[in-house]
Design a protein. Sequence first.
Length: 380
Amino acid sequence: MWLTNLRLVLPDRILEGASLRLEDGIIAEISPNPPRDSGAVDGRGLTALPGIVDIHGDMLERELEPRPGTVFPTRLALFELDKRLAANGITTAFAAVALADGPGLRSESRAKELIAAIHDARDELLVDMLVHARFEIGLPQSVDLIHQCLERDQLQMVSLMDHTPGQGQFRDLEIYVEYMTRWLGNREAALSSARESQERPASWDIGREVANAARVRGVAVASHDDDTSEKVALMHDFGATISEFPVTLEAAQSAKERGMFVAMGAPNALRGGSHSGNLSAVDGIRAGVVDVLAADYHPASLLQSVFALERSGVLPLHEAVRLVTDNAARCAGLMDRGRLEPGLRADIALVQPGDHARVRATLREGKPIYNDGFVRRLEQ
């Protein structure tokens, strides 16, 4: 199948009026000219970029419980999130599952259920959904679950977290209390949560064990909310290759100096700052220390932040796109996707640019997984 009249976002440049030939699920050819094939799909006015790769998305819990106490079936939530991801040009998504007790549905038993559901439903999903297990060092009882899931090949990324108030993301205790009050709807409950978190014993020795177990299985390891160069050095010593959501420029720079990928939140980049007063993703990008943007809690922000970075002159489009495609795939060890390049997977998002860019169609391995009808004959 040929797609023609496209603005192609290649790794190092933009190619106008170009064509793609897709065959057996891969990109077979890129041409700067229209094909001779009269049956080519006309993508006039659209920009083609690689399917977006999201290494950290926290949205599944919200699909399960959109309002406090309103819990829906797990597979229903999974299928609904799947559609949202495809409609936002995402073809590979790491569902971030918290192995922790916390607000809403966060618990070890719920995590086990979610991981199993994702694993069992993978062949039925539109996007390639993988599991990013979030291990909280203050809850060592989750170690057994980590080992079990690794042995079953159910995890594709593991991050090490310490959400103890007073450091990391919540260096300001009042910001933690305000955040938890919004989650729990009650300030007293938020204060109680803070006290319980601070009283919980936390040891990084257990984090080293988890990191080693993941690395043996070839699973990428990420640190989380790094706030100092010392914390980054420790995580690097554990074998972490990704520093996600560093909260200070110092930490991000330290991670880059050690050859780690630095991932920031796409909502942070789109909104122009962190919702908790930490490092601005745009400031990090300007400083040259950000490699990847992740959905965090808002999948639409991935695509929108890319075009916002171009409009504001922070990055040319092809460099901005790499933050959510090539770099994201590489940091996760997925070398078969993330670029419009012959021989790689035909994961493609067809986008109509504008103040709010619109995904008109998404293809995964050459097959449409989303099409709003704008691109005619795509499914023929």
